[in-house]
Design a protein around this ligand. Structure first.
Ligand code: NAD
Length: 441
């Protein structure tokens, strides 16, 4: 099948590569010329395990092309995927300007029937908006061409995106037209072989399903963080509590890890956007509001712990920072808890020496020339002349450090762990002070 994808970011690029991998003919279109020229040369602008090889192989096989040419893109695909960003607007609602721009581009160039597939995370009612933008643009061109708009939200996780796309838990197809549903089912058939994963529904429910999934996961995290803060006050250990409740099959172990808050490009903005959607229809979403506020507070917990330890004076202190990405296996630092922490430390006169296995380029881009911030080549190098170690992202390579070396290098012999990576008694055996989240000091 011929497929066009608008937007070559995390979602667009993964979608394009995976659809090409199963034999389709895919064109990825982006307005970012430097991104497209890098992609044409086989350079992948983001880190996602397995993506680089998949893109290169499909490019070489002629099934995956990149372009900035709208007309070429629209002429190519029966399916026109929208996978552009939907960042938060000033009031927290999803900013739909990029989605609307793509709808206009498609309508401005299309000459025959097209299926417009919305993969971006968009508020309920966006498909109607896309449809009316296309109708209006076609009318301006004095053209009457048939088209359909489908909601097909994406549930991939950064860091495991290829696997999630190739073996999805579910494929949500929101459409009111049975013929379009069949076209989409045929498109997804290669990813739907062992059992039927397609869940068909109306468009508005499909749009809401994506927000519901992210809001539910964010709620689990904020709930555990709330309990972790309470455990600290009650002298209980949240890790015992986590095991105690995770073993309940109604609750389960996933997404109940306490920590220094959730970040990334999705949860924070999607919870906010859903809250905003609720407000627009006159409903006060109390729980969503609390989920967001607990998270904002949690992102400051590590700094509070550090500040308490140093009696509100971190001026002149040097902190080794392990982990910058908002979670392991990605280079994405959007809304990452590391940013709140390092900016607070620097603002209070401390300096930060950071390392991340994948997010160094991104950190360099964001904090280029930031006084008090430097990047190190290895975790060990961050410890050089440092007073304390802070861990913000639970990368595998931080799981079993050489604690003797850590103790020898740190001037103040103290670790602040925002991801509960270690057993407190074990770390303390090495003569290190150890602060975690929700665990007794
Ligand atoms: N990142 C994730 O893990 C994830 C998971 C599921 C859903 N989503 C949703 O998918 C959407 C895309 O997210 P992302 O992380 O891939 O974003 P991204 O910022 O990585 O990529 C968006 C891309 O769209 C391009 N773009 C903007 N306007 C364009 C236009 N008019 N024509 C063509 N390209 C254009 C940008 O240049 C950019 O390359 C968002 O709505 C997001 O909420 C993201």
């Amino acid at each position: 099948m011929n497929i066009t994808i608008f937007g070559s970011g995390y979602v667009g690029l993964v979608t394009g590569a995976c659809l090409a991998e199963v034999g389709n003919d895919v064109i990825c279109m982006d307005i970012d010329e430097s991104k497209i020229s890098r992609l044409k040369k086989g350079e992948i602008p983001i880190y996602e395990p397995g993506l680089e090889n998949m893109v290169r192989e499909n490019q070489e096989a002629g099934r995956l092309q990149f372009t900035t040419d709208t007309k070429k893109a629209v002429d190519h695909g029966l399916f026109q995927f929208i996978a552009v960003g939907t960042p938060p607007d000033e009031d927290g609602s999803a900013d739909l300007q990029y989605v609307v721009a793509v709808a206009k581009s498609i309508a401005g160039s299309m000459d025959e029937y097209r299926v417009i597939v919305d993969k971006s995370t968009v508020p309920v009612g966006t498909a109607d908006k896309v449809r009316s933008v296309i109708e209006k643009t076609l009318a301006e061109r004095d053209r009457s061409i048939e088209f359909d708009v489908v909601s097909n939200p994406e549930f991939l996780k950064e860091g495991a995106a290829i696997d999630d796309f190739m073996k999805p838990d579910r494929i949500v197809i929101g459409t009111d037209n049975p013929r379009t549903a069949e076209l989409l089912k045929a498109l997804y058939a290669p990813f739907n072989r062992s059992h039927d994963r397609v869940i068909s529904m109306d468009i508005r429910s499909a749009e809401l399903t994506k927000y519901a999934a992210n809001a539910m996961l964010a709620t689990k995290i904020s709930f555990m963080n709330e309990l972790a803060n309470l455990a600290e006050k009650l002298d209980a250990d949240i890790e015992h509590v986590r095991n105690g409740i995770g073993s309940d099959s109604r609750i389960g172990y996933s997404f109940i890890y306490p920590g220094c808050g959730y970040g990334g490009s999705c949860f924070p903005k999607d919870v906010k956007a859903l809250e905003r959607t609720a407000k627009e229809v006159g409903y006060h979403a109390e729980l969503l509001n609390a989920v967001e506020n607990v998270n904002l507070r949690q992102k400051h917990r590590l700094f509070e712990k550090i500040s308490n330890h140093y009696k509100n004076n971190v001026k002149g202190k040097v902190f080794a920072l392990w982990g910058l990405a908002f979670k392991p296996n990605t280079d994405d630092m959007r809304d990452a808890p590391s940013r709140v922490l390092l900016e607070s430390l620097i603002q209070e006169g401390a300096s930060v020496q950071a390392y991340d296995p994948e997010a160094m380029e991104e950190a360099h881009r964001i904090y280029n020339n930031q006084a008090g911030f430097s990047l190190c080549e290895t975790p060990a190098e961050t410890l050089d002349q440092a007073d304390a170690l802070v861990i913000v992202t639970e990368w595998k390579q931080f799981r079993s450090p050489d604690f003797d070396q850590v103790r020898a290098q740190l001037k103040d012999k103290v670790i602040f762990d925002g991801r509960n990576m270690y057993e407190p008694q074990f770390v303390r055996q090495f003569g290190l002070q150890y602060y975690a989240i929700g665990r007794p000091v």
